[in-house]
Design a protein around this ligand. Structure first.
Ligand SMILES: Nc1nc2c(ncn2[C@@H]2O[C@H](COP(=O)(O)OP(=O)(O)O)[C@@H](O)[C@H]2O)c(=O)[nH]1
Ligand SMILES: [Mg+2]
Length: 572
C-alpha cells in the first residue's frame, strides 16, 4: 500500500477537525501538546528542538513591550500607575538608577527583581523603590537588570508589557544606555512630555535618539489638567506643526491626566492605541506560531511516512535501509571530527577578525586619550604620588567609558564569527541529513520533505569591561627624591607613553574577552550540530525498528498529524 494515500479514519478526522474549528478558535496549546506527545511516544528526540521552539514562540508571542520614555518628572511613573490602577511605581523619585521596571498582566500580584547575573528574587511591591532609586541603589551597585511586576489589573492589556525607563536624556549617561539597550524589543515607544511645557529642545533630541530604534513613536502629553480646553487646542496645534517641521510627519499624539475628571483621556488612549496594539500583536504572533507548528507537524509526518513505508515493505527493503544507516553510524566519528574542526577554525578567526577591525578604532582612541590627557594633565598637582593617582583615576574612567561604548557598538562585529560558524555548521549538518534522505529514498522510495536545519545559540553577553594597568615602580621611587619642578615635564611625557600603551593593551584585552565568549558559544553550536546529527540518525533507526512492531499505531498517528496539518493550514 502506498503510504501517501489517505489512511483509514482520515475522513472522520477531517470532519471532527472542521467541526472543532467552527466551535473553537485556534488552540495552539492543544495542538502543541498532541504533537509533543507523538514526538515523545515515537522517541523522535531529533524533533525536541522544534517542540521547544514552538513552546518559546507560544510564550514570546504573548509579549510586546510598550516603553515609556521622557525626562525626569514628565509623569511616566504616574501614568503607568494610573493605567494599572495601582500605585506600584514610585512617583516623584529623582534621580533614578539605571534600572527598568516592567509591568504586565499576571493572575496574581507579584514583583521580582532580576539581577545582572541572571538570578531573580521575589520582592514586595513596596520594595521596588529600593532597587530603582539612585538614593537606595547608587550607580546600580546592587547590579539589578530589571524589576518585573505582574498585576491582575492589567488583564485587559495582556499581552502588552509596559516599561518604565530611567529618564532618557538625563545627565547620567549610563541611564540613557540602559534605556536604549533593549529598545529593539519595544513594540511602541511612548514619549511622555508635560503638556504645560511641550516639546522643548531636549524632547526633540530625545525623539531623534529614539527614531532609529523603533518605528512607532507616540507622544503622550501628560498633566493635561494643568491646561484649559483652549490651551490644549493650542498645544496640539503647536506640537503638530513642530513635528511636521522636524520630521516631515506628525507623530501620533495623546493627552493624558491622572487627575479625576479626565477619564475620557484614558479611554481614548485605550481605544485608539493600546487595544489595537493588543489585537494586532496577537494576530502577528499567531501567524508565526502556526508556521512553526506546521513545520513540526510536517517533519513528524515525514518520519511517520518512513515508518509506515518500512512497515509495509518487504523485509529486504527494511534491511537495506538499516544497512545504510549503520554505515552512517560507523562514520559518525568522522562527522564529529569535522564539526569540531570547523568550530576550532572559527574560534581562532574570532580573535584575528576583531583585532584587525579594532585597529582603526585604536588609533582614534589613543588620539582622544592623549588630547584629554593634554587638557587634564596640567590640573594635576604634585607631589608625584598624588599626580599619579589622579592620572590613574582619569585613565580608568576614560577607559571604562570608551571601552564600554566600543564593546556595545561593535557587538555585531565581535559576534560575526559566531554567525558564520552557525551557517557553516548548518550546511554541514544539512549535507549529512541529505545523505540520510538518499538512503531512505533508495530503500523505501519515500522522499523526505525536510525544511532547512537550524542551529541557534543566543549571542553572548558583553564581557564586563575591566581596566588593568601596571605602573613603573622605579619611576614612583624616583619621585620621592627629585623635586617636582624638575620632574614635571618628563613625568607628563612618560604618562603620554603609558597612556598610549594602556589604551592599546586594554583594547586587545577587550577583544580577547569577547573572543573567549564567542568561542564558548561556538562550542555550544558544535555540540548542537553533533546532537542533531546523532538524533536524526537515531530517529530513522527508531522508525525502522518500530515499523516491525507497531504498524497500526503508526497509521493512527499519521492520521492524527494529517488532521493537525489541515487545521493549521486552514485560514483562521
Ligand atoms: N497635575 C498633574 N501632575 C502630575 C500628573 N502626572 C504626574 N504628575 C506629577 O508630576 C510629578 C512627576 O511624576 P513622575 O510620575 O514621578 O514622573 P517621572 O519622573 O516621569 O516618572 C509628580 O509630582 C506627579 O504628581 C498629572 O496628570 N497631572
Ligand atoms: Mg518615574
Amino acid at each position: 500500500m502506498n503510504p501517501n494515500l489517505p489512511l483509514t479514519g482520515l475522513q472522520e478526522r477531517r470532519i471532527t477537525t472542521i467541526l472543532a474549528r467552527n466551535h473553537s478558535m485556534f488552540q495552539p496549546h492543544g495542538i502543541l501538546d498532541s504533537l509533543a506527545c507523538l514526538v515523545n511516544e515515537l522517541k523522535l528526540g531529533t524533533l525536541e528542538p522544534q517542540v521547544n521552539a514552538c513552546r518559546n514562540q507560544l510564550l514570546a508571542g504573548q509579549g510586546v513591550e510598550v516603553a515609556v520614555f521622557g525626562r525626569f518628572k514628565a509623569g511616566k511613573s504616574s501614568f503607568l500607575n494610573h493605567l494599572a490602577g495601582r500605585e506600584v511605581l514610585p512617583v516623584g523619585v529623582v534621580p533614578l538608577t539605571a534600572v527598568i521596571t516592567r509591568l504586565r498582566f499576571g493572575p496574581v500580584e507579584r514583583a521580582e527583581v532580576r539581577f545582572q547575573n541572571g538570578e531573580a528574587r521575589p520582592i514586595a511591591l513596596s520594595e521596588i523603590v529600593h532597587f530603582v532609586a539612585e538614593r537606595d541603589n547608587p550607580d546600580n551597585q546592587k547590579h539589578v537588570a530589571a524589576v518585573e511586576v505582574e498585576l491582575p489589573q492589567l488583564r485587559e492589556l495582556a499581552p502588552l508589557a509596559f516599561v518604565d525607563t530611567p529618564g532618557l536624556g538625563s545627565a547620567l549617561v549610563h541611564n540613557t544606555q540602559a534605556a536604549l539597550q533593549w529598545l529593539p524589543n519595544a513594540g511602541a515607544a511612548l514619549v511622555a512630555v508635560s503638556a504645560d511645557a511641550p516639546l522643548s529642545e531636549r524632547d526633540v533630541a530625545l525623539i531623534e535618539q529614539l527614531r532609529p530604534h523603533t518605528p512607532s513613536i507616540v507622544l503622550l502629553l501628560t498633566k493635561a489638567d494643568l491646561l484649559t480646553e483652549e490651551q490644549r487646542a493650542e498645544v496640539m496645534h503647536f506640537v503638530r506643526q513642530e513635528s511636521r517641521r522636524q520630521w516631515q510627519a506628525e507623530l501620533p499624539l495623546f493627552f493624558y491626566s491622572i487627575r479625576p475628571g479626565f477619564e475620557r483621556l484614558r479611554h481614548e488612549l485605550m481605544q485608539r492605541l493600546l487595544l489595537p496594539l493588543v489585537k494586532g500583536h496577537a494576530e502577528a504572533g499567531t501567524g508565526i506560531l502556526r508556521h512553526k507548528l506546521l513545520s513540526l507537524a510536517s517533519q513528524l509526518s515525514d518520519y511517520l511516512r518512513v515508518g509506515l513505508a518500512a512497515a509495509e515493505q518487504e523485509e529486504t527493503a527494511r534491511r537495506a535501509l538499516a544497512d545504510g544507516l549503520r554505515a552512517e553510524r560507523r562514520d559518525g566519528e568522522l562527522l564529529r571530527a569535522e564539526f569540531s574542526g570547523l568550530g576550532r577554525q572559527w574560534s581562532a578567526a574570532a580573535l584575528e577578525t576583531s583585532l584587525a577591525r579594532l585597529q582603526p578604532l585604536q588609533a582614534e582612541l589613543v588620539a582622544r586619550a592623549l588630547a584629554e590627557l593634554a587638557q587634564r594633565g596640567p590640573e594635576w598637582q604634585p607631589p608625584l604620588p598624588a599626580l599619579l593617582a589622579a592620572w590613574r583615576a582619569w585613565l580608568r574612567s576614560f577607559l571604562l567609558r570608551e571601552l564600554g561604548d566600543i564593546s556595545r557598538s561593535n557587538r555585531e562585529m565581535f559576534c560575526e564569527p559566531l554567525s558564520l560558524a552557525e551557517r557553516h555548521l548548518a550546511r554541514m549538518l544539512q549535507a549529512f541529513q541529505d545523505r540520510l534522505s538518499v538512503h531512505v529514498q533508495a530503500a523505501l522510495g519515500v522522499t523526505l520533505s525536510r525544511g532547512a536545519v537550524s542551529l541557534k545559540v543566543p549571542q553572548p553577553a558583553a564581557p564586563p569591561v575591566d581596566v588593568g594597568y601596571a605602573f613603573d615602580e622605579a619611576f614612583t621611587l624616583a619621585g620621592r627624591f627629585l623635586p617636582m619642578a624638575v620632574l614635571r615635564r618628563p613625568v607628563l611625557r612618560a604618562l603620554r607613553r603609558k597612556t598610549r600603551w594602556e589604551v592599546e593593551k586594554n583594547l586587545s584585552r577587550l577583544a580577547s574577552a569577547w573572543q573567549q565568549r564567542v568561542s564558548l558559544s561556538i562550542g555550544e553550536l558544535v555540540l548542537q550540530a553533533e546532537t542533531q546529527a546523532a538524533a536524526e540518525l537515531a530517529a530513522l533507526e527508531q522508525m525502522v525498528v518500530q515499523a516491525q512492531a507497531s504498524g497500526p499505531r503508526l497509521r493512527e498517528s499519521q492520521s492524527q498529524v494529517v488532521g493537525i496539518q489541515e487545521q493549521l493550514q486552514s485560514p483562521p
